[in-house]
Every structure is written in C-alpha cells, then in structure tokens.
Write a protein that binds this ligand. Structure first.
Ligand code: FAD
Length: 371
C-alpha cells in the first residue's frame, strides 16, 4: 500500500514525489508510461556520446531565487545565456528583433535606442482594437517585419494564420531597440551541470520513492494500492475524454549526429520563412560539452503526436474549464503540471506550481489517515 501514487515523472510529479517522501516521510509510487524519468526535459548521451535533449531544447531560466534554491539540492549549474539567430532573406540575424537585426536586414546604421524606436514607429501600422496575434505584431513593427519574422513561423508552428490566433501567442515575443541579443532576460539563466536526467535521478533517489517506468495509469490503477493520487497527465484523458479532446499542437523531432565539431554559431537558428522545420538546435552550446562530434535537432510542427502546446483559442479554454470543474469535484486527486492544467508552462513555473501544491497538501491533507 502506497500513501501516494504519482502519475508522470516530469518536473511536476518528481518535485512532489521528493517533497512528500522527504517532508512527510510517506511512501510514493511514481509511474511514467515513457521508458525514462524527466518528462519532456529528459536528456541523454546519444550513440556518439553527445548529451542531447530527446524532446527538443530545454533552457532553464527564471526570476525566482526560491526555485533555483530548491533545485540546487539536486544539481550544480553552469551559466548559460541562450541566443537565437533567424535565417531571414539569406542572412543570419538576432531574434528577438533588436537594433542589430534592423541594421543588418536593411543595411542601416541605427546608432541609438531612439533611432531604432523611431524606425519601428515609422513602420508600425495603427490597429484600432488589438485582438489577434497579427494585430499585436503589425501594430508594433509593421507588416513587412511581420511577414518576414512572424507570419510564416506562426503558420508553421500552429497550422493557423496569426490572424486566427489569440493575441496572447505573440504577445510573448519582445522587440528590442537596444543590441541585447539574449533570448531571455531573467535573473537566473543556468543549465544543470550534468544534465536534467541526472538532476531527476538525484531528486527521486529516496528510500520512500519507488519508480515504475513503461507503466500507464490505466493499467497501474487496476493493481496498485494507494490512498491518494497526483495526476500530471492530460486532464481530458483522466476523464476518458468525456467532453471531447483538448486540442494540442505537436512536434516531430529529427535528431542528427554529425561528424564535425560545430554546426552553427549559436544554440538555435530559427527558420521563419520557407523551410518545413521551424528551428535547428545544436546541444553543445547549451551543455558546454567538448566533443569531436555534434548533435542537432530539426523541429517539424505537427497536428498529431505527443501533446506539446495547448492551442490557445478561447473555445479550448472553455472546454478545459469544464474538465477543471470535474477535477474540483474529484476528491483525493491532485491535478498538477502542464498537461493536467492545459497550459503552456516553462519548467520553472511547473516547479513553482508543484511546490505550491505541496504547501496546500501540507495544510489540508492529514498526515495519518484515521482508520
Ligand atoms: P511533462 O514533462 O510532460 O511530464 C509529464 C509526464 O507524465 C510525461 O513524462 C508523460 O509520459 C507522463 N504521463 C502522462 N500521462 C500518463 C499516464 N496516463 N500514465 C503514465 N504516465 C503518464 N520550458 C522551459 O522552461 N524552457 C525551455 O526551453 C522549454 N522548452 C520546451 C521545448 C519544447 C519543444 C516543449 C514541448 C516544452 C518546452 N518547455 C520548456 C516546457 C517544459 O517541457 C515543461 O514546462 C515541463 O516539461 C513540464 O513538466 P510536467 O511535469 O508538467 O510535464
């Protein structure tokens, strides 16, 4: 008999397993239907010996000291600032768009923030009411830059034109007038020194925690004995898709091992124009590994496959809310993580969500069940 069954060994499940095992001294069975722990952050050494990310590049960045402090119990870190270039009109230019991007693309010599701001302003088109992703970008940088950087990329990424997507999708993409070419500006930009999987192994290495892989909840629920459940899988699946499926966008990853030391100048190059893939990532930039070979991944967005990105449309949020209402009525089950809450979360946000859920458990779930 386990005190807890935790479904999913990604950040949400693993952070909670460790907290419960350590702070409550209770027995946890954590399962995953994949053959490994770590969820989408799983990394491994491939056949050539290069550390790579199975489910696309995962870059850790956060403004939360508390989250870094918590994870630091299980890993050391290496500093890493992510940089992205875009291949646009056969040039490699910084993304997000900054002053360098404008100068290189248009053969300009904008010298100050004010110069760049004035340039963008001269291109921007007023939009009366900003509703869609197209409106957001066109009103900020004008139609030409929108076409070059955003339209094709968004069409590939979502299979939808930006004019059909909620404004929140591209509201996340900043445009800069300075020459800061870092992709993120968070106070902490770091990578686990020995990789994510090693960090997860240390997190789950506790006598109260048992791990079961290649194990789907649908099968385990028939045999395992447990008192409480934490579910980090898809919420619609938990309720047997009663109201229909929550739509997701997926990705196909094409990993390539190359017999050369370096492939591209930065970790990620985006392809916002004609290619079928959206971006290529070379892992050695992220990991700092020295190796004569290198490994890269092409990302092809797809309509079917593993659920990666919730499709941000109001009707999908409405559908999620119906599942959420069911979840609220389901006693002794905690729904945590990106799939169980149908939201795109970064890793640090999921860690924060799991730690907050643990605090709620501490406040509301008695330590010993009354017989
Ligand atoms: P997951 O990691 O998905 O873990 C859930 C686990 O539950 C999975 O392993 C799944 O197999 C298992 N599971 C589900 N259902 C069942 C079931 N019925 N039975 C058994 N097991 C089940 N975040 C960042 O901060 N930085 C990045 O650079 C970044 N890049 C990303 C790139 C891509 C391509 C994607 C898709 C995401 C990226 N993220 C990034 C987000 C990051 O992956 C998530 O924040 C994180 O993985 C969420 O953890 P989780 O535990 O909620 O979900």
């Amino acid at each position: 008999m386990y005190d807890w069954l935790i479904v999913g060994a990604g950040f949400a499940g693993s952070v909670l397993a460790e907290r419960i095992a350590t702070e409550r001294d209770q027995k946890v069975l954590i399962i995953d239907r994949r053959p490994h722990i770590g969820g989408n952050a799983y990394d491994k050494y491939d056949d050539a010996g290069v550390l790579m990310h199975q489910y696309g590049p995962h870059i850790f960045h956060t403004n939360s000291d508390a989250i870094v402090e918590h994870l630091s119990k299980f890993t050391e870190w290496r500093p890493y600032e992510h940089r992205v270039l875009g291949r646009v009109d056969d040039k490699l230019v910084p993304i997000p768009i900054n002053r360098t991007t404008l100068n290189e693309l248009y053969g300009l010599d904008l010298k100050t923030d004010e110069d760049a701001a004035a340039f963008l302003e001269s291109r921007a088109e007023p939009v009366e009411e900003i509703r869609t992703s197209e409106d957001v970008v066109v009103s900020k940088v004008g139609r030409e830059l929108y076409e070059k950087f955003f339209r094709g990329y968004t069409q590939k990424q979502w299979g939808l034109d930006p004019s059909e997507l909620d404004k929140s999708v591209t509201a996340r993409v900043p445009t800069r007038t300075n020459t800061d070419d870092r992709y993120f500006t968070d106070t902490h930009q770091i990578m686990p020194k020995h990789g994510y999987t090693r960090m997860f192994e240390r997190m789950l290495d506790h006598p109260n925690i048992q791990i079961m892989l290649n194990a789907d909840f649908r099968e385990v629920r028939e045999t395992a004995q447990f008192k409480r459940l934490i579910f980090t899988g898809p919420i619609d699946e938990f309720f047997d898709f009663r109201f229909g499926r929550l739509p997701y966008r997926s990705l196909r990853f094409e990993h390539r091992s190359l017999e050369q030391e370096q492939f591209q100048p930065v970790a990620t190059v985006n392809y916002p124009q004609t290619e079928d893939y959206t971006r290529i990532t070379e892992y050695k930039h992220l990991t700092g590994q020295t190796h004569p070979n290198t490994t890269i991944t092409y990302e092809y967005p797809a309509a079917t496959g593993d659920p990666y990105y919730p499709v941000p449309r109001p009707e999908n949020q409405e559908l999620y809310r119906r599942y959420q209402a069911l979840a609220n009525e389901t006693a002794d089950v905690h729904f945590v993580g990106r799939l169980a809450t149908y939201r795109y979360y970064n890793m640090d946000q999921v860690v924060g969500q799991a730690l907050a859920e643990f605090r709620r458990i501490q406040e509301s779930v008695p330590m010993y069940d009354t017989p």
